[in-house]
Design a protein around this ligand. Structure first.
Ligand code: ADP
Length: 265
């Protein structure tokens, strides 16, 4: 196997050729190990709902169930199927983002539309159980791929709602800060232990597995967010205190930020 790698990598690197080759092998082995981990994780994540689903199927086949029980079982099976569907959908989004080497467009995004979309989705998801406020700087916009930015920023708001108990508040802001544009979401939710913060954007990483599962999470949301933000040269900051709440902020750099001049000037 090593021999193969060597022959594939046999480019003329000059004087330091040997050194470069061994560095390449280490890197290849590392990505290979990551790929193996990833495949193992995906299999595990899909296997759990699949096992539950098969369990219900078997029970349905073996037990005489009345109409009410039958419907309850079908509903539970449907939930497991949705869970699998969400994982596969998010995996496809990730694969597409990773395969896309083209830089995102340099067209201005309609941030008013993005914010209003996020606002509607937030209201639907919360169903009136949270106090949600939006403060958006109207003339402020960034350049890039609108659907990607919408999905990344929307994901942060979705998480804020998911990980904040009913009655809590969520504050969303879209503001200029110096030459940058900042989107931030603060919640009064469960918060995140400091040790978990650096790992949040890893695929399938969850602070509380059962809480994520109960809210329909796939553990891939922040991995998708990270990819989209990287493509837009934006930076994600997370501040959190356990039991108090979290703030996720996204800073878009000045070269992607544009500010519409007030019309009356
Ligand atoms: P999931 O689908 O599980 O929500 P994400 O990748 O979106 O996956 O988030 C990873 C984990 O980060 C979540 O499982 C949750 O534990 C934690 N998390 C994300 N956002 C918040 C938040 N606003 N408050 C508390 N925990 C959060």
């Amino acid at each position: 196997k090593r021999q193969n790698v060597l022959s594939v990598q046999a480019f003329p690197y000059g004087e330091n050729r040997k050194l470069v080759l061994s560095a390449d092998i280490t890197e290849l082995e590392r990505t290979d190990a990551m790929r193996r981990d990833f495949v193992a994780n995906v299999s595990h994540e899909l296997k759990t709902p699949l096992t539950v689903l098969s369990g219900f199927l078997e029970t349905m086949r073996e037990l005489p169930l009345d109409q009410t029980d039958r419907e309850r079982y079908l509903e539970l099976m449907d939930q497991q199927a949705s869970r699998m569907r969400n994982i596969v959908d998010d995996l496809l989004v990730l694969a597409k983002l990773e395969g896309n080497v083209k830089p995102p467009s340099d067209q201005a995004i309609d941030m008013r539309a993005v914010i209003s979309h996020i606002r509607e989705d937030a209201a639907t998801l919360s169903g009136g159980s949270h106090v949600i406020s939006f403060a958006a700087d109207d003339g402020l916009t960034v350049t890039g791929a609108e659907t990607e930015v919408l999905s990344a920023l929307g994901n942060l708001v979705t998480n804020a709602i998911r990980y904040t108990p009913d009655g809590g508040s969520i504050d969303v802001a879209w503001k200029q800060a110096g030459k940058e544009a900042v989107f931030s979401v603060s919640d009064t939710g469960f918060g995140i232990p400091a040790a978990d913060i650096p790992r949040l954007t890893e695929r399938f990483y969850r602070v509380d597995r059962s809480r994520s599962r109960d809210t329909g999470g796939t553990g891939l949301g922040l991995a998708i967010v990270k990819h989209v933000l990287q493509r837009h040269d934006a930076i994600l900051d997370v501040k959190s205190e356990e039991g108090k709440g979290s703030t996720f902020s996204v800073r878009f750099p000045s070269q992607r930020t544009t500010r519409r001049q007030p019309a009356h000037v």
